[in-house]
Design a protein around this ligand. Sequence first.
Ligand SMILES: C[S@@+](CC[C@H](N)C(=O)[O-])C[C@H]1O[C@@H](n2cnc3c(N)ncnc32)[C@H](O)[C@@H]1O
Length: 148
Amino acid sequence: MRQRLKGRVGKTKLKNALNKLFQENAKKKTIIPSTNSKTKKTHNNHIQRPKKLPYHDYDTILLLGEGNFSFAFSLARQLKSAEGITATCLDSESILFEKYEDAAENVEGIIEMGGKVLYEIDCTLLSSVKSFKKEKFTKIIFNFPHAG
Ligand SMILES: C[S@@+](CC[C@H](N)C(=O)[O-])C[C@H]1O[C@@H](n2cnc3c(N)ncnc32)[C@H](O)[C@@H]1O
């Protein structure tokens, strides 16, 4: 009996020590145990935190095959600047604006935020784009491509 009691006391101490350690670690990693405006709860009550973007304001990003430029504009807004963004599409300017009624607004937004927009850029012929000869990109992205 005494032995059992000893064992229990030991376990409780260990449990308390581990709890303390977990709490300290959680503080260091700034894990927020409650929800806030940026967190959501999933159906099974797990806290879903906003995912970190794989892009940073110090990146120089080349976007290929944009459709209506909504991704580029959204990325610019997330990064709070489009200075590192060069967004391109295969279409000519006039075809783009004919195809997508929101393209003009997105393009305008990107340019206003300091980004570049280029038309008629074929991703299979990038070495022939003069302005790219002087530029270096840390990330090159083609979302949802198709071979036409
Ligand atoms: C399915 S859409 C995706 C559009 C956009 N990236 C998105 O995620 O909404 C595919 C795009 O690829 C473009 N595309 C097809 N061949 C291309 C090429 N050789 N170079 C650049 N873009 C191309 C098309 O113009 C079209 O806008």
